[in-house]
Design a protein around this ligand. Sequence first.
Ligand SMILES: N[C@@H](CCC(=O)N[C@@H](CS)C(=O)NCC(=O)O)C(=O)O
Length: 214
Amino acid sequence: MTRLQIVGRRSSHFTRLTRVFAEELGVAHEIAAIYDMTLRDPAIYADNPALKLPILRCDDGVIFGAENICRALAERAPSSPRLVWPEQLKSNVSRNAQELVWYCMAAQVQLVFGTVVAQLPADNLYFEKARTGFVGALHWLDTNLSLALGALPADRQLSLFEASLFCLVDHLQFRKTVPVEPYSALLSFTQAFAERPSAQRTTYQFDVPPTAEE
Ligand SMILES: N[C@@H](CCC(=O)N[C@@H](CS)C(=O)NCC(=O)O)C(=O)O
């Protein structure tokens, strides 16, 4: 069997999205951890020149970006799962919901990398505006979640929307940037998704570099 390697971090929501897909689809893979996100050598990011993770290493090269990786994993799945991709979302509410999940995931990276990793002042306009937009987007998602879910085909096994939303909301409980407690619909959805084996096999954790003896 061809070896697939997800290069990323077990603490990363974008990486988790790809891991949830791999688990749901039954695609064998291994994880290659990136321990330090402050490094600026593309080789550490499997030659992704943008220095971003995750990356998929596969037989025909490397694939950058979580959505691309999910699609590549689906192409390698042993069966034909019933998946729903963003281009299959036909209503305004479901398209907007996916856009706001992507926005929130990016805002989470901005806040964590900017204020936690780089230790920049959290009260800078750059972060304050991101936080305001983040809270507004979460409120919108909470209000419109049942409509967005209702617009998905009933016979789906998995949608990118649901998997990405789960990875986002669960990450907010792991890396606390904005409170998630006010969003009861998002929390109920996340609790239900967390029952899936794919979610339980990919729980967030910080990768620990091997010691010299290992
Ligand atoms: N568009 C990329 C975004 C990936 C991303 O932002 N990943 C974060 C980790 S969750 C990252 O690389 N952070 C390091 C940085 O921003 O320098 C994707 O879809 O995979």
